[in-house]
Design a protein around this ligand. Structure first.
Ligand code: THU
Length: 144
């Protein structure tokens, strides 16, 4: 990914982060992703007084991508948290990203100022994963 696209993702992730609804943790997170065909979608964490009902920023960006109805292959997803510890996607979000990932899908983490803290493939964060291909075999009991 070129520098201008990284700058675009950073700007979009930070903009989403500024809209985060996180009155309970006070930990604001923004995400921006770019699909393989170049569309950018963003999301922020949205917490809830019933704590477990809160949703992560990554989930919001993925929902926006799916709702738009176009390409669903994530080329790169960026998470903007608060440094210095990189706000890496939680386990659940790694699996959510996995659903729309390719072997090339890249995860970037920046801090609240847009400084890059982490960059690697999703595979490094979620090796030996379960994905849509696992369900492509014929259902049990319906084989010839
Ligand atoms: N959070 C995210 O939105 N994404 C992450 O990758 C890690 C954590 C949110 C969930 C919760 O609203 C807050 O950060 C603190 O955990």
């Amino acid at each position: 990914m070129d520098e201008s696209m990284t700058a675009t993702l950073t700007q979009r992730a930070l903009a989403a982060r500024s809209n985060a609804y996180a009155p309970y943790s006070r930990f604001h997170v923004g995400t921006a992703l770019i699909t393989e065909d170049g569309q950018v979608f963003s999301g922020c964490n949205v917490e809830n007084a019933a704590y477990p009902e809160g949703v992560c920023a990554e989930a919001g960006a993925i929902s926006a991508m799916v709702a738009a109805g176009g390409d669903r292959k994530i080329a790169t997803i960026m998470v903007a948290g608060k440094g210095p510890a990189p706000c890496l996607p939680c386990g659940g979000c790694r699996q959510k990203i996995r659903e729309f990932a390719t072997p090339r899908t890249c995860v970037l983490v920046v801090d609240e100022d847009g400084a890059l803290l982490f960059k690697d493939n999703l595979h490094a964060l979620l090796p030996s994963s379960f994905g849509p291909e696992n369900l492509e075999t014929a259902p049990e009991g319906k084989q010839a």
